[in-house]
Design a protein around this ligand. Structure first.
Ligand code: NAP
Length: 324
């Protein structure tokens, strides 16, 4: 009896739906950051793991931590922008398991220099596109072939809220790459829908990782992000595990071409749901009865947020004098 059949006999329907026992998952960008958390979450769900990133030691440490949870986990060093590396990575997975049930395209790079579009250099632009979009496509293509011949599979592209529109952070290449990856997700989701292969995206909002730490931590941007996120905080890496298990497992068997935003409501608010400026007593100004506060007005912001003041209501435009 296969491990998945045994699990089916002993667990409840909700547990069975999200169970990955016996499924083979290829996850890129698994050496640290969100990928490390995802790898451990997938291991807890019972998946056999093929973990990829460029570096060796941190990746092997993550594979060991996953194996300690009782699953098969191997580390394969690969640069996702290199077509030969991708072929070797897919070969390694196929040789070990004979199939790949789930591909998670998580490897990605960004650029925190804050260079305006008109000055953005093409080498950096090309590198970001090669890793974030082309690399994900090459893997989807090569793994997709195996999935299509097996007649089943789930591909999950880790996009970003920045793939769905503009932002003020001067990351034009990243915005373009993630937007392209999102559209590839829609295209592949439809193109392969009637052949058993589902393709979906997870678009996280801001989460502290080695990629975002310099901005979120050191510059205090997490307070700025929180001020314009309906949930009023940045995300936690573990909060991606539930969405990931949903899309990887049979729980989402009729879901393809979805952009699952994990962003504390940011996209739903269209950028408008910022902390309410203290002086906006709209009702009182119009003589209408007030309906009570739904969220607190702007608190005084620390000095370290000064560079970000231009986008924060209440600082963006001046508050009236205290006695006005
Ligand atoms: P991170 O901390 O910088 O980790 C990136 C991972 O990708 C590492 O494992 C890195 O390992 C790997 N990687 C980078 N370039 C690679 C390449 N050429 N080939 C293979 N692996 C490569 O970033 P993160 O914050 O965890 O981000 C993970 C994914 O989530 C990215 O696609 C990112 O765009 C997306 N995302 C993150 C956030 C956020 O707030 N953190 C928000 C939205 C979307 P090696 O250095 O060992 O290769």
């Amino acid at each position: 009896m296969e491990a998945s059949d045994q699990a089916n006999q002993t667990s409840s329907l909700p547990a069975r739906l999200f169970d990955l026992t016996g499924k083979v998952v290829l996850l890129t960008g698994a050496s640290y950051g969100l990928g490390e958390t995802m790898a451990k979450g997938l291991a807890e769900a019972g998946a056999s793991l093929v973990l990829a990133a460029r570096s060796k030691e941190p990746l092997e440490a993550v594979a060991s931590a996953c194996a300690a949870r009782g699953v098969d986990a191997i580390a394969v060093s690969a640069d996702v922008s290199n077509e030969d590396d991708i072929a070797s990575l897919v070969d390694a997975a196929m040789q070990r398991h004979g199939r790949i049930d789930v591909l998670v395209n998580n490897a990605g790079i960004s650029d925190m220099r804050g260079v305006p579009a008109e000055n953005f250099d093409i080498d950096t632009f090309r590198r970001i596109i090669e890793v974030d979009m082309l690399g994900a496509f090459m893997l989807a293509r090569d793994v997709g072939r195996h999935m299509l011949s097996a007649g089943r599979g789930s591909i999950i592209n880790i996009c970003s809220i920045m793939g769905s529109g503009a932002n003020e952070l001067n990351v034009i290449a990243y915005t373009g790459a993630k937007g392209g990856l999102l559209n590839l997700t829609y295209q592949l989701g439809c193109e392969w829908a009637d052949r058993g292969v589902r393709v979906n995206a997870i678009s996280p909002g801001f989460i502290v990782t080695p990629m975002t730490e310099p901005a979120l931590g050191a510059l205090g941007v997490s307070d700025y992000v929180a001020s314009r996120t309906p949930m009023r905080r940045v995300g936690r890496a573990e909060e991606l595990i539930g969405p990931l298990l949903f899309l990887a497992s049979d729980a989402s068997s009729y879901v393809t071409g979805l952009n699952l935003l994990v962003d504390g409501g940011t996209n739903a608010g269209n950028g408008y749901y910022q902390i309410r400026p203290g002086h906006h007593g709209w009702g009182a100004m119009l003589g209408a009865p007030t309906v009570g506060e739904t969220y607190p007005g702007l608190a005084p912001l620390p000095d370290r947020l000064a560079p970000w003041a231009a986008g924060v209501p209440g600082i963006h435009y001046p508050l009236p004098a205290e006695d006005a």
